[in-house]
Design a protein around this ligand. Structure first.
Ligand code: DX5
Ligand code: ZN
Length: 218
């Protein structure tokens, strides 16, 4: 069972961001998840470019960027230059998602689509050959600490059926608890973005939490 662990850095301790990155890196993080928001596609503002640069320079692990912004195609070069290894766009926010996904790959980066809870799989099947990751938003994007939306489970199950045919990895993002990791990794989900439900603001150390989450039986 794969369990790619992706800490959602907008939930990190901003008074000690560099230290948090180093501890998370040592604790076994696979991908650092960076939420960028424009206050238009989502009603919030996530991390800033300086936060991105600080995380990037503090780790050699993979860093992704989750662009919750309108017209993401205008910014993929910028995030590629800033050192993002994986760039997620929301196809709902892009008139030409195929062009943007091609551009991400032409920059030598891995391409991902993040899909809102209300976006059906049938609307994105033509994009599946163009991506390395499909990230299912299991909350309405924009905020940490929300409740898991159960109706997204059927979409996840459909993508598990499709992933072998198109060779992408399935990630989930939003209100992911240890119980959700157990359940979803057993059905074939590969990666988990972790914010306040499973990782941040807990008594245990990052090391204790991540090593427990990576075990097959939580
Ligand atoms: C929400 C972000 C998520 C969020 C996850 O728009 O994309 O990464 O920060 O945090 P929790 O796990 O608290 O929902
Ligand atoms: Zn995210």
């Amino acid at each position: 069972m794969r369990r790619i662990i992706c800490p959602s850095m907008m939930c990190a301790d901003f008074a000690n961001l560099e230290k948090d990155v180093e501890e998370l890196d040592k604790a076994g993080t696979d991908i650092f998840h960076m939420d960028i928001m424009d206050g238009c596609f989502v009603p919030n503002f996530g991390m800033g470019l300086q936060d991105f640069e600080l995380v990037r320079k503090s780790t050699d692990k993979l860093v992704d960027v989750h662009l919750m912004i309108m017209n993401p195609g205008n910014y993929v070069e910028m995030f590629s230059e800033l050192g993002a290894d994986i760039i997620y766009i929301h196809p709902e926010a892009d008139i030409h998602p195929t062009r943007t996904l091609d551009k991400i790959r032409s920059l030598g980066k891995r391409a991902g689509i993040a899909i809102n809870p209300g976006t059906s799989v049938s609307t994105i099947t033509d994009l599946l050959p163009l991506v390395d990751y499909v990230m299912v938003m299991t909350v309405n994007p924009g905020f940490a600490g929300q409740k898991y939306l159960d109706f997204t489970d059927q979409k996840i199950e459909r993508l598990v059926e499709l992933k072998e045919e198109f060779n992408f990895e399935i990630m989930v993002d939003g209100a992911i608890s240890p119980e959700k990791i157990e359940k979803l990794s057993n059905i074939g989900v590969d990666g988990f973005v972790l914010g306040t439900s499973a990782l941040f603001g807990k008594e245990e150390s990052y090391n204790e939490i991540i090593s427990r989450l990576k075990k097959d039986k939580l």
